[in-house]
Write a protein that binds this ligand. Structure first.
Ligand code: ADP
Ligand code: ZN
Ligand code: ZN
Length: 681
């Protein structure tokens, strides 16, 4: 008897129970009977339409068996089997199952997020023929550079991991030619017939990167996958990846779930970037999932950055990853030099010291471009009455409104609410309302006054909302005429501005004294990335940094020794106090309209956890008010569970979650679990 005949015989004799994942907050799958008329084998990973409560939902088949914990007579029958073949292959199903378990998030909701919207709604796949592109006879890869020895070594090592899992950390200073290494590693995989998935932090902000890929691989089908696409475009890109038509898939965080017919390599560019961690709902790290996915698919994965996360550096030092270093800039360019301007006791003009203004002037008059970095948008972060001291603040968040002059309005940067700009104090009726502090809008005005003959390009979240505007600005900058680029951290993201020779950092002190143990790491990454925009081609670059803390040891190490030494020192400090990556954390957040409710809920969780974990090596911190204690009218608290043993921590959580969910307050507060939290706001 053939397997098919055997299957048919089996199906004829037994009830077929399908394990189906549906999009609900319940942490389990649901059993349904296969339709009576369905004699064929139902592959795992196909979609089915089922009735769920009073609704009809699209679910995904995760398993088939002949038994159920529910009495068979009580099971509903699947209404429709939508696909003939699996929509998600085994490796993506395994990835989702693992992610659901690791992040303690319902499997149905994980799968829901892993699918493009059209697929969730039950749209059928397009015919396969549409996707079998006519393969070009000869594939050309145009214009590749001859690699320097460091790049050569990196490429050779990546190439030696063929059809096997291996994680590489490519730590290369800004402008060292990491992208060139990616491009050539990709070319090798394409030549062997494989597809390559490239994760990038934000495509829309760096259209240049995409352009470089398109220029290099003109004969290959490249698709992008990000939130800027329409549902239809996303579904098309997704299908092209799944069918093997697309050879290079470039996408943001959620692209980690895109199925590939024939994967050969995954690249995570700027692996330290915060955008790889989803900050609400299903709080996964796409970088970490990329590593796990590569293990499942038995392929190499390449994490690249000039400023790797301490987690990845630690993995490399512990030899779990192979470290590939590019310590020099490619071609002739040199690493920019840092110089600090000590602000103590100095008179400033709208935030600028005389030295800084002088330096900007010099660079402009030499015909170069200057980048001014200020990580705060709007005009000023505070509007205050000079007569009575009243400040305009958001009643729902208890923080001051940011004054925006261009719009003009008062805006709360926490809950995004807006208010009409007032010219009179509501308390004393005085007329001297004074903007205090600097944002990019105000700095733009100051620069316009100082340098009226030069164009100023402001790039922050307010000016980049409009894609077309951003594209125009970036291409105006690329023309290379002297001018000033002014903006927030958006400017730190992988841009290549060949004519920028001076980077001016308005305020380097922001990350020095925060209570977040990762603040210095983030500060170091941001400053090095911004500085890395200077002197990327034949013109030498310098970085001027305004600070009140020019002798701060961390800042000194960063700016004189560089990120490599800085990060290793931070890592040592983390080890001394056993903070991540030397321990593992779970953050439980709770918020409610009454602050006592959020706090009591976490107190109850703490009690349960402490009782159950007796003897186990668990530390509990909190509950404490979140740094953003109030947002949009709700009070926010947090509790951290920490352990040196990841598995023990996860097992404990798995055991306790059902108890947490049954706590009386569980339904009255909004709460969530964040595994390996990156942000404590
Ligand atoms: P990164 O990704 O590390 O920031 P890029 O790949 O963007 O660096 O390279 C920085 C600049 O150096 C680019 O202009 C690139 O064309 C150039 N470059 C990279 N590799 C080489 C090389 N081997 N020879 C000459 N120029 C190179
Ligand atoms: Zn007043
Ligand atoms: Zn607010």
């Amino acid at each position: 008897m053939s397997i098919n005949q055997a299957n048919k015989a089996l199906y004829a004799s037994a009830q077929r129970v399908l394990k189906v994942a549906v999009n609900t907050p319940l942490r389990k799958h649901f059993d349904y009977l296969a339709p009576d008329d369905c004699s064929q084998h139902i592959e795992l990973g196909v979609r089915v339409r089922v009735s769920f409560g009073k609704r009809e939902l699209i679910g995904l088949v995760l398993g088939e068996q002949t038994k159920s914990e529910v009495e068979l007579g009580a099971l509903k029958t699947v209404l429709e089997v939508i696909d003939k073949e699996a929509l998600l292959d085994d490796s993506i199903l395994a990835l989702c199952t693992w992610a659901a378990s690791y992040y303690h998030y319902p499997i149905g909701q994980v799968i829901h997020q892993a699918l493009p919207a059209h697929a969730r709604r039950g749209r059928k796949l397009a015919d396969a023929e549409l996707h079998t592109a006519i393969e070009a006879e000869v594939r050309s890869v145009s214009g590749k550079l001859s690699l320097n020895p460091e790049q050569q070594e990196a490429l050779q090592q990546i190439g030696s991991a063929n059809k096997c899992y291996h994680c590489f950390l490519l730590e290369g200073v800004t402008g060292s030619g990491k992208t060139e290494v990616y491009l050539q590693a990709i070319a090798e995989k394409l030549n062997s017939g494989f597809q390559v998935l490239v994760l990038v932090p934000e495509i829309s902000l760096t259209p240049q990167t995409l352009h470089r890929f398109q220029q290099r691989f003109t004969d290959y089908c490249i698709v992008t996958f990000h939130s800027g696409l329409s549902d239809k475009e996303r579904f098309q890109a997704w299908q092209k990846a799944r069918s093997g038509t697309a050879k290079i898939i470039i996408g943001t965080r959620s692209a980690i779930f895109v199925p590939l017919k024939n994967p050969g390599l995954i690249i995570v560019d700027e692996e330290h970037d915060a955008s790889y961690k989803q900050q609400d709902g299903f709080r996964y790290s796409a970088r970490d999932l990329a590593v796990y996915r590569s293990q499942l698919s038995n392929i190499p994965v390449l994490l690249g950055s000039a400023t790797p996360s301490l987690e990845s550096i630690n993995n490399a030092l512990a030899k779990r990853y192979s470290l590939l270093s590019l310590d020099k800039r490619a071609s002739q360019a040199k690493q920019p030099r840092f110089r600090s301007i000590d602000l103590k006791g100095k008179t400033l003009q709208e935030g600028f010291s005389v030295e800084l203004l002088e330096a900007i002037k010099q660079h402009l008059h030499q015909g170069h471009q200057v980048l001014v970095f200020l990580n705060r948008r709007g005009f000023s972060p505070l509007l205050q009455c000079h007569d009575c001291g009243w400040t305009a603040s958001c009643p729902r968040c208890d923080i001051s409104y940011t004054l925006h002059r261009k719009s003009p309005e008062l805006r709360c940067h926490r809950c995004e609410s807006q208010k009409k700009l007032v010219s009179q104090c509501p308390v004393c009726q005085g007329n001297s309302l004074i903007p205090i502090g600097l944002g990019t809008e105000r700095t733009e005005e100051a620069l316009e006054n100082q340098f009226p003959d030069f164009p100023i390009f402001r790039i922050d979240r307010d000016t980049t909302r409009n894609q077309k505007h951003l594209k125009n600005t970036l291409s105006a900058i690329q023309q290379g005429k002297p001018g000033i680029l002014l903006g927030t951290q958006i400017l730190a993201k992988g841009h290549h501005f060949p004519k920028v020779t001076l980077v001016a950092i308005m305020d380097a002190d922001a990350g020095l004294f925060s209570s977040d143990f990762r603040a210095q790491e983030f500060m170091g990454q941001l400053l090095i990335q911004v500085a890395g925009r200077a002197g990327r081609e034949d013109l030498a670059g310098e970085v001027l940094m305004q600070t009140h803390n020019s002798t701060h040891p961390a800042l000194l190490t960063l700016t004189t020794e560089g990120y490599k030494d800085f990060s290793r020192q931070l890592l040592k400090q983390r080890q001394e106090v056993q903070l991540p990556p030397f321990s593992f954390q779970v953050l439980i957040r709770a918020e409610a309209s009454k602050s006592s409710m959020a706090e009591s809920f976490l107190q109850a969780i703490k009690q349960h956890t402490r009782d159950s974990a007796a003897g186990a090596n668990i530390l509990l911190f909190g509950p404490i008010p979140a740094p953003m204690e109030k947002r949009a009218g709700r009070f926010r608290f947090q509790l951290i569970i920490q352990s040196g043993q990841r598995t023990a921590l996860h097992n404990l959580l798995r055991r306790l979650l059902p108890l947490y969910e049954e706590l009386p307050l569980s339904r009255r507060v909004r709460w969530s679990i964040d595994i390996d939290p990156m942000e404590f706001s």
